[in-house]
Design a protein around this ligand. Structure first.
Ligand SMILES: Cc1ncc(COP(=O)(O)O)c(C=O)c1O
Length: 443
C-alpha cells in the first residue's frame, strides 16, 4: 500500500521507512557519519550530479534526517521536506530564498518575538524588507499592503502567544492572485491539528523543537513544500538559475532545480544553496529524537487539547483572571476560524490576563510548584511565563500592543500532566497571593 492510503496515526510511525533497506532495523537507525563510501567512480559521478539518489555528505543529506524529512512531508501532504538545525533556520532559509537581494515579505504583527526581531534587525542587511500589516485578518484590506516587489505572505497559522488563527483560504487566494506563495509557520498546530497545504499554503515551516518533537530535548526546524506553486511565473528568477551540482552527466550542461525537480524545486534550492553553504545542519541524533517524538504526536496533542479545555474552564471562572485568549473560547474573534481550520481542537497554548499587581503576578509565578517557568512551549511539561517580560520582551511597548500582548499577559503551554494537578496548583497559589497583604502598581 502507498503511504497516501494510510491514516495519519499510521503514517506518523511508519511513513518513509522500510526496515528492509536498513539491515531490518525496526526503528530508523542513527547514521552518525559525515560521509558515505562511493561504490566506484561512476557512482561518485552520479551522486555529485544528483543523477542518482543517494548520500554523499551529511551536510546536505543523511539517511536518518531523510526519514524525518519524508515523514513530516507525508504528514503534511507536501511533496518534499527539509530538516534543519532550528525553527529560525527554517524560517530564515525560506524567506531568504524567496526574497534574497531586494524583495519584500508581507507579514503580520502576530508573530513569535524572535521572528519579528530578526525581520526588523537582520534581514535588511540581506536585502529583504518586511511589512508587518495590521490587516492580516482582512484579506481585502491586506491586498492594499501588497507592493510590486512582494515575494511572499508569511504568517503563523495559530499565533504566538495569543492564538490568533489566520484564514488560510483567503490568504492563499490573495497571495496566488499576486503570483506569490503563502508561507506559514505551523509550529503551534503541528500537522496533527492542521495541514495548511490542504487550504492553499505553498510552504510550511516548523519549529519542530515544539509540538512535533514534544519533549523539549532538541532544537529542530523543518520546511515542507507543496509542490504546487508555479515558480516559473517570472517573479522568481532565482528558481530558474542553474546550479553546478545539477549538471547533466553526459553533456556537462548545468540545470536549475525547477528543471530537475519540478515538484521539489524550492526545497532543492535551499538544500543546495543555504543548507550546503550556510549549513544549519541537523545532526542525525537530533533527527532520531524527533522521529521518536513524532511517533506519539496524535496522542500527545489530543491530551493537550483536552487539558487545555479543562484549564480554560477553570480560568474563565476565576476572580483573579481578567480575560482568556484561545481560539476555543466562544468570545474569541478567532472562534469561527478555529472551528473551521482546527476541527480536532486548538493547540494547548493560551494566554490570560492576571487581575492583580505586578508584584502579585511575580509572586504567583514564583510560588507555582508544578508549572515550569521557561520559554519553550513544546515541552512535555506544562509551563507558564510572563511573555511581555520574556519571550516577547524584544518588542517595544507599541509593538506589543500591535501584537495584542497586554502588559498583564501570562502565557500557558498545556502539556501532559494531570489537568486536576495543574489546576490545583494554580488555585492554591492564586488564593495565597491574593490573601497576602500589600499591593504594588497595576500589571
Ligand atoms: C512559532 C514559532 N516559530 C519559530 C520559532 C523558532 O524556533 P526554534 O527555537 O526551533 O529556532 C519559535 C520558537 O519559540 C516559535 O514559537
Amino acid at each position: 500500500m502507498a503511504d497516501a492510503e494510510y491514516h495519519f496515526d499510521t503514517l506518523k510511525i511508519r511513513a518513509a521507512y522500510d526496515p528492509g533497506e536498513h539491515n531490518q532495523a525496526v526503528f530508523p537507525p542513527i547514521y552518525q557519519t559525515a560521509a558515505y563510501e562511493f561504490r566506484d567512480t561512476a557512482h561518485a559521478s552520479k551522486l555529485f550530479t544528483f543523477s542518482e539518489q543517494g548520500f554523499l555528505y551529511t551536510r546536505v543529506t543523511n539517511p536518518t534526517v531523510d526519514v524525518l524529512e519524508k515523514r513530516i512531508a507525508t504528514l503534511d501532504g507536501g511533496t518534499v521536506g527539509l530538516a534543519v538545525a532550528s525553527g529560525m533556520a527554517a524560517i530564515t532559509y525560506t524567506l531568504l530564498t524567496l526574497a534574497e537581494n531586494s524583495g519584500r515579505i508581507l507579514t503580520s504583527t502576530y508573530l513569535y518575538g524572535g521572528s519579528t526581531d530578526a525581520f526588523q534587525k537582520l534581514f535588511l542587511q540581506f536585502g529583504v524588507a518586511f511589512d508587518q500589516s495590521p490587516h492580516i485578518d482582512d484579506a481585502k484590506a491586506l491586498e492594499r499592503d501588497i507592493k510590486p516587489d512582494n515575494k511572499a505572505i508569511f504568517v503563523e497559522t495559530v499565533s504566538n502567544p495569543t492564538g490568533a488563527v489566520v484564514d488560510l483560504e483567503a490568504l492563499s487566494a490573495l497571495a496566488h492572485k499576486h503570483g506569490i506563495p503563502l508561507v506559514v509557520d505551523n509550529t503551534f498546530a503541528a500537522p496533527y491539528l492542521l495541514n495548511p497545504i490542504k487550504y492553499g499554503a505553498d510552504i510550511v515551516v516548523y519549529s519542530a523543537t515544539k509540538a512535533l518533537n514534544g519533549h523539549g530535548n532538541l532544537i529542530t526546524g523543518v520546511i515542507v513544500e507543496s509542490g504546487k506553486f508555479p515558480w516559473d511565473n517570472d517573479n522568481f528568477p532565482q528558481m530558474e538559475e542553474n546550479i553546478y551540482a545539477l549538471r547533466d552527466r553526459a553533456t556537462g550542461q548545468e540545470c536549475s532545480p525547477l528543471e530537475v525537480f519540478p515538484n521539489a524545486a524550492f526545497v532543492t534550492r535551499i538544500r543546495l544553496r543555504y543548507l550546503n553553504y550556510f549549513s544549519a545542519v541537523l545532526s542525525p541524533f537530533d533527527a532520531y529524537l524527533a522521529l521518536v517524538g513524532i511517533e506519539t504526536l496524535s496522542e500527545r496533542v489530543a491530551k493537550q487539547v483536552s487539558n487545555t479545555q479543562k484549564v480554560i474552564a477553570y480560568l474563565e471562572h476565576s476572580p483573579h483572571v481578567a480575560w482568556v485568549k484561545h481560539p476555543s473560547v466562544k468570545s474569541s474573534p478567532y472562534y469561527r476560524l478555529g472551528q473551521k481550520y482546527l476541527p480536532k481542537g486548538a493547540p494547548g497554548i493560551l494566554s490570560f490576563g492576571f487581575k492583580g499587581t505586578v508584584e502579585q503576578s511575580e509572586a504567583f509565578l514564583a510560588a507555582l510548584k508544578l508549572w515550569s517557568y521557561h520559554g519553550n512551549v513544546g515541552d512535555a511539561r506544562s509551563l507558564i511565563v510572563n511573555s511581555p517580560e520574556s519571550t516577547h520582551s524584544e518588542l517595544m511597548p507599541e509593538e506589543q500592543k500591535l501584537a495584542d500582548i497586554e502588559p498583564n499577559l501570562l502565557r500557558i503551554s498545556l502539556r501532559l500532566e494531570g489537568a486536576d494537578d495543574l489546576i490545583a496548583d494554580l488555585d492554591r497559589e492564586f488564593v495565597k497571593v491574593f490573601r497576602a497583604k500589600g499591593a504594588g502598581h497595576a500589571a
